[in-house]
Ligand binder design. Structure first.
Ligand code: GLU
Length: 267
């Protein structure tokens, strides 16, 4: 019964934002082609069912495959992003071409979310791309932003995108495959919490601990994204970007076999 109710709820979903992290898309020396192809093939299937917007990290990491600059330095990071963004997009294009899907690159900054005019423009660009059968691929505009205009991590960027394009669901596919009840790195018994309805200030204030040198986020930025999403009355699903079984089951069959679903519920 619970399953049927869940499925009926899922049917109301129309638009989904999928966010993928740098560690899923790149290895140290190259784009992780097979992982990217698996992801692209899943998105091709999902976009037959729902409207999809992809938020993709990986520009800086892709840039680093071409030239080894110090990503800790602001200007070097921008150079890596400017070298890497076209590498990332052409890699996506090759793969989406297989499925006959055209892609549109949309680079945003924090400013795009705080003025009605800018927000309306990017919403219209995304709506029009989708209406014309294109897949919008969003990343932060790492190249032209000043530090105070920078989101800094695509988890929170994707949560804002999901809200402003009126998506019903944000799916974060990451090297973190769920929100655990204890730190899984030093607790072998830690278990994934299947559903979370509330996030405390303490959880939000914890230190950022990304697993990967190119990833900005870690679990804290995912919790911040989830907190924002729940406050907007939307849902977020956090699952693995390496093994796509959980994401596929959830997106295609409305069945949750692992991962964490964040949705607000009154206590
Ligand atoms: N915008 C950055 C990039 O594409 C990634 C930010 C993040 O790691 O979330 O490299």
């Amino acid at each position: 019964m619970e399953n049927i109710i869940q499925k009926l709820k899922e049917e109301k979903i129309k638009r989904i934002v999928i966010k993928v992290g740098s560690s899923v898309l790149t290895n140290r020396t190259s784009i992780a082609k097979e992982r990217m192809l698996n992801l692209v093939s899943l998105i091709a299937k999902v976009s037959k069912k729902y409207e999809v917007v992809l938020v993709s990290s990986g520009a800086v990491a892709a840039g680093y495959t071409a030239l080894k600059l110090d990503r800790a330095k602001q200007i070097s990071r921008k150079v890596l992003a400017s070298a890497g963004q076209p590498i990332l997009m052409s890699s996506y294009k090759n793969k989406f071409d297989i499925f006959g899907i055209n892609t549109a690159q949309i680079l945003l900054t924090e400013d795009d979310f705080d003025s009605r005019k800018h927000t309306l423009i990017f919403r219209q660009i995304i709506d029009t791309s989708i209406a014309n059968g294109m897949l919008p691929i969003v990343n932060e505009n790492d190249i032209s932003t000043t530090p105070d205009q920078l989101f800094g991590d695509n988890d929170q960027l994707s949560a804002h995108v999901a809200h402003y394009v009126d998506a019903d669901l944000l799916v974060i596919m990451s090297d973190i495959n769920g929100y655990y009840d204890a730190n899984p790195n030093d607790n072998p018994d830690a278990k994934i919490r299947s559903e979370v309805n509330f996030i405390t200030e303490e959880e939000l204030g914890a230190q950022q601990t990304p697993n990967d040198a190119f990833a900005t986020g870690g679990i804290v930025t995912k919790l911040k994204a989830a907190d924002y999403i729940m406050k907007q009355g939307r849902k977020m699903f956090l699952c693995s970007g390496f093994d796509l079984e959980t994401a596929t089951k959830y997106l295609m069959d409305g069945e949750q076999i692992s991962g964490t679903l964040f949705r607000y519920k009154k206590k």
